[in-house]
Design a binder for this molecule. Sequence first.
Ligand code: PEP
Ligand code: MN
Length: 257
Amino acid sequence: MSVEVRLVEVGKVTIGGGEPVIIAGPCSVEGLDMLRAVAAAAVEAEVSILRGGTYKPRTSPYSFQGLGLEGLQLLGQVGREFGLPVVSEVVAVEQVDTALEYLDMIQVGARNMHNFPLLSALGGVDRPVLLKRGFMATVEEWLMAAEYIVKEGNDRVVLCERGIRTFEHWTRNTLDISAVPLARMLGGYPVIVDPCHASGRRDLLEPLALAGLAAGADGIMLEVHPDPDKALSDGGQSLSIPGLVELAGKLKRVSTN
Ligand code: PEP
Ligand code: MN
């Protein structure tokens, strides 16, 4: 059964048009050199959008909190250098205006899916929004969160399934594969699958990404680091640069067959 979803333009990229997009980049922007290395790999791997966290909503306040404004500036600069649209997360209404200066797409993270003032503020901006599913949210709550954005006039919403909390503890979260066709069907938004935050494990990224595409996802988001073991956040679920090139190649081959 084929379901029509609204097309969402992110710079020169279209999400929801039938050809799955790959969004890739570091969990956190750590500096210019690492970001350039990842961006060069992204171009080689035909990634459509470069991601990089800079306002990081970490579970522990003692963990690396991101480079903030400096990270946004680096992401904007490297995106322009490599011709890639860029997406990053904002965690507060006050960050939105600044973020608009640098980003082609604004991400709302799982921990902020219920931040209604932030969602409403993003409803008033001229930029697409990548809305991640809260790890305790039902599909209905996720779609209602999207409505907070749409109600204010911005219907350029893309959803991201990133796993929900279950009793399973060998994975960080549990990828809810049924949410992919369900949210597409009932919401009419494109849906991206994030196997990294869903699993927390590099060894599960390929099967989960393939499962996402098989379930009809409009794209896959991947974390990448030049030296994952030294990453300041989420190294265990990040691909190396050769790992990105290999997995992106496989995903392209599957989606064009
Ligand atoms: C992220 O994508 O950088 C992130 C923090 O993910 P989530 O909000 O899904 O935990
Ligand atoms: Mn991460």
